[in-house]
Write a protein that binds this ligand. Structure first.
Ligand code: AHG
Ligand code: MN
Ligand code: MN
Length: 341
């Protein structure tokens, strides 16, 4: 039996894809280092008094959990020190950090957006959590960062991925040439290639949605959820309902088994709850690279032009045929509304 570590894999990729240069390799190594530290903290959470809330609220008005703060610190630190980034933005900071202005370490051309701990409300219950990251290259060539650097669509990501701290810890990422998954072997402290060339099944039989919001959904989404529950052997319905409440974990299960995740607009969150830059875009990139799809309902997530760091969007993501089915429901309802207008 032969194993391939993440490090070996990245080095091999460099020979096949010359665009995957050494600076980018260093960036991924920094992410993998921070992931291992967070893995360690997550796994000893019950022992080390880092469970529970810290008492602060973050800029989204949500209570920060202690592990949010830990994870944010380790990722920030690793990414700043590696010297390949010019801009870092995290869910836990109101403003992005322009490293060109800090001058403490060397700076490079990459801009990284991340959700340091996704699903943090699940931590106290020992349920899977994750980290999500999205990487861009600055497009302005010199001087300070410009408007064009911050308004790149998700399609311009040079890489994206996530780490899931679950029954095992996995790192899944893509540089735009497919998706590969690595499982952490804690005994040797290495991520090892375990899921090469991941493909999401075209259809699945799982739907993931916080159904307590049902009364707040549009008619099209309500009808789609009814469709999921109908009995029809030919199309494997009723689908199973699975909702963890950690986006990374729900997405990862659907990536492996096939399925769809929805967080549509609600009264409480009229533009969706999930954040474009560090939740939706990176997972949309992975979904498309694995043969799946990610949509707002009428637009590909990856085509949204961002206008602010913490912007939210509705998200429908997963198996291609299932996402297209929801889009079809939404289109039919919008046509109906127009014909009555
Ligand atoms: P975070 O812990 O980074 O704030 O993200 C929580 C997100 C996401 O992980 C999950 O899918 C969603 O919030 C759950 O929201 P509801 O509790 O409203 O279902
Ligand atoms: Mn999150
Ligand atoms: Mn978070």
């Amino acid at each position: 039996m032969s194993i391939q570590t993440l490090e070996q894999f990245i080095t091999e990729q460099q020979t096949h894809f010359p665009q995957a240069k050494g600076d980018f390799t260093k960036l991924l190594q920094a992410i993998s280092l921070a992931a291992k530290i967070v893995h360690r903290e997550v796994n000893k959470a019950g022992l080390a008094d880092i469970l529970g809330k810290l008492g602060n609220t973050n800029i989204q008005g949500e209570e920060q959990q202690k592990l949010d703060v830990f994870a944010d610190h380790y990722f920030m630190d690793a990414l700043e020190k590696v010297g390949e980034c010019c801009y870092l933005a995290s869910e836990e900071h109101e403003d992005g950090i322009n490293l060109l202005k800090k001058n403490k370490y060397a700076v490079g051309k990459y801009m990284v957006y991340f959700d340091p701990l996704d699903g943090s409300s699940n931590i106290d219950a020992n349920v899977s959590v994750g980290t999500i990251f999205s990487i861009y290259r600055r497009v302005s060539s010199e001087g300070d960062l410009q408007h064009i650097d911050f308004t790149q669509t998700g399609r311009k990501q040079v890489a994206a991925g996530y780490i899931i701290y679950g029954s095992s810890t996995m790192l899944v990422y893509s540089t735009g040439t497919g998706v590969n998954g690595f499982t952490l072997d804690p005994s040797i402290g290495e991520f090892c290639l375990s899921h090469p060339e991941l493909k999401i099944p075209e259809s699945g039989k799982t739907y993931s949605v916080n159904e307590s919001n049902y009364n707040q959904f549009s008619m099209a989404i309500k009808q789609y959820l009814q469709f999921c529950k109908e009995i029809d052997q030919d199309t494997n319905r009723p689908y199973s309902s699975r909702y963890i409440g950690s986006l990374v974990a729900d997405f990862h299960r659907n990536l492996i088994q096939g399925g769809i995740f929805l967080y549509p607009d609600t009264f409480q969150y009229p533009n969706g709850k999930l954040r474009l830059m560090y939740e939706c875009n990176p997972l949309a990139f992975i979904a498309e690279q694995a043969g799946g799809k990610a949509s707002t309902g009428d637009q590909c997530i990856l085509d949204i032009i961002p206008h602010k760091l913490h912007q939210r969007t509705s998200l429908i993501i997963g198996s291609k045929n299932m996402v297209e089915k929801v889009e079809q429901f939404i289109l039919e309802y919008s046509n109906m509304e127009h014909s009555f207008a």
